[in-house]
Design a protein around this ligand. Sequence first.
Ligand code: 5GP
Length: 192
Amino acid sequence: MVTGPSGAGKGTLIRRLVERRPDLEVAVSATTRGRRAGEGDGRHYHFLSDEEFRQRVEADEFLEHVAYVSGHRYGTLRSEVDRILGNGQGCVLELETVGARRVKELLPDTVTIFVAAPSFDELERRLRARATESTGEIGERLELARRQTAEAGDFDHVIVNDDVERAVAELEEVVGEALASPPSPAANAASG
Ligand code: 5GP
């Protein structure tokens, strides 16, 4: 499971990881935030209305779910995790830190990897360059990133995304080691 602040590059590293490791698959989360240009429904996220999300929470369809900046909700669908593990694949989850802790509590064998930006200035630059959020929301994401970065040491591994090629290689190594010595079958969810 990969966590860390928004803008650190988790998504890019994960995409590169699964290109190299066909035995891994990323669980597609559900969210109530708006779709960004280039994002596909069911591919990057399952984009839900507030009401649909609420109904799925009530139906206990989420392994974990959180309210993130601007009140947008995000959650890991149990059906996604079950589908991936049922196919014999390793399941990769991308989560902010609250959800990551929750999954670790529920599935203690899960390997948690915190992806950090090389510096706070760089994180800010990346978030502003993406420019898909409003200025206010970028401010909220930055403030949250400060708090999340202070928690990096609570996760099993920290990877600094200073250079994408180097960081992907490190991620692949960490995941490879985790999958080579799984403590129990649940560890498949690990890399994830
Ligand atoms: P973004 O809006 O930039 O796609 O995502 C915002 C944050 O939500 C990111 O840190 C991302 O990793 C996190 N996130 C995405 N899906 C989930 C999820 O299913 N659960 C949790 N807890 N966080 C998620």
